[in-house]
Design a protein around this ligand. Structure first.
Ligand code: CAA
Length: 296
């Protein structure tokens, strides 16, 4: 596999494109929005500069990485020669179904179709295509250039050959692939999201404030970010949608999204990306302070 097409130039898409290009693959980053593509290239450039400054890569590797990257606003021409497509579009079922049905028509028959979905069923996505054995979940973690894990999700029909090839490919990216089966939330979010939800319930019940809850988990459990800070980082809308998938998928009240989370999403407080969540990011992520609503 040499030609990789990445669909969606948001946070995850640009991180995935960055990692493939840095590891010697030819990458096409595809998005219908030209401005999103330009922003993605700026972000990749900035993240590569950070890696050069920390001597993780040489200036020459930065140049080669950028040379390996091209962008395209047209999906059909952008995937024509792809050996692997990694879809990282917005987390909407209808959108992903349409993309996979289109990919099936326009990709080479042997092309592997991977999705970076955080919660939508791989089996249902694969069912939109005539090649469900070639469809697999390749779930990267944010920030993609830093986090080592690729959660490799086998749909009901994913073949052994495709699983093994994507497993080996993930290792070539310097990642650690972990194979899991297709159940709601897979493994990462099945365990992470109830913890984040519980932190929000703890806040809602007034057991402790935002900083106190985060400090307990950072200093007591060695987490790099507290759960409320992490929820803001992931996006509160993303957390809500994953919890809803698990609540519907299992019909178990332990996945019921906390009403405070639902209200924050409804009011547009989505965390870091909107500037407000449990913290206020108006002075930049490094200078975040507890949001006014949660000040004592
Ligand atoms: N690109 C390249 N390098 C980056 C980077 C990026 N986007 N962001 C951070 N880094 C590097 C920094 O250069 C730094 O490198 P060194 O260790 O060599 O100094 C390192 O990462 C740490 O960065 P910072 O010093 O700026 O900040 P930090 O120490 O606070 O760490 C963090 C930031 C890595 C994000 C850390 O807080 C962390 O690990 N947080 C938890 C992240 C997490 O849990 N992610 C998973 C979310 S769940 C998900 O993604 C899946 C889903 O479906 C919801």
């Amino acid at each position: 596999m040499q030609n990789i097409s990445v669909i969606g130039a948001g946070t995850m898409g640009n991180g995935i494109a960055h990692v493939f290009a840095m590891n010697g693959f030819d990458v096409k980053l595809i998005d219908i929005n030209q401005a999103a593509l330009e922003n993605a290239l700026k972000t990749i450039d900035k993240n590569l500069d950070r890696m050069v400054a920390k001597e993780k890569i040489t200036p020459d590797q930065k140049v080669k990485t950028l040379e390996a990257l091209s962008t395209n606003t047209d999906m059909i021409s952008g995937v024509a020669d792809a050996d692997l497509v990694v879809e990282a579009a917005t987390e909407r079922v209808d959108l992903k179904f349409k993309i996979f049905s289109d990919l099936d028509q326009h990709c080479k028959p042997e092309c592997i179709l991977a999705t970076n979905t955080s919660s939508i069923s791989i089996t249902k996505i694969a069912a939109q295509t005539s090649r469900p054995e070639n469809v697999v979940g390749m779930h990267f973690m944010n920030p993609v250039p830093v986090m080592k894990l690729v959660e490799l999700i086998r749909g009901y029909a994913t073949s052994d050959e495709v699983t093994n090839r994507v497993f080996d490919l993930s290792k070539k990216l310097g990642k650690v692939p972990v194979e899991v089966n297709d159940y709601p939330g897979f493994v990462a979010n099945r365990i992470l999201m109830p913890m984040l939800n519980e932190a929000i319930i703890t806040l809602q019940e007034g057991v402790a404030g935002v900083e106190e809850i985060d400090t307990v988990m950072k200093l007591g459990m060695g987490h790099p970010m507290g759960p409320l800070q992490l929820a803001d980082f992931i996006g509160l809308d993303v957390c809500l949608s994953i919890l809803q998938v698990m609540y519907q998928g299992f019909g178990n009240s332990k996945y019921y999204p906390c009403p405070l989370l639902v209200n924050m999403v409804a009011s547009g407080n989505l965390g870091m990306k909107s500037g407000h969540g449990f913290y206020d990011y108006s002075q930049g992520p490094k200078n975040a302070v507890v949001a006014d609503n949660f000040k004592k």
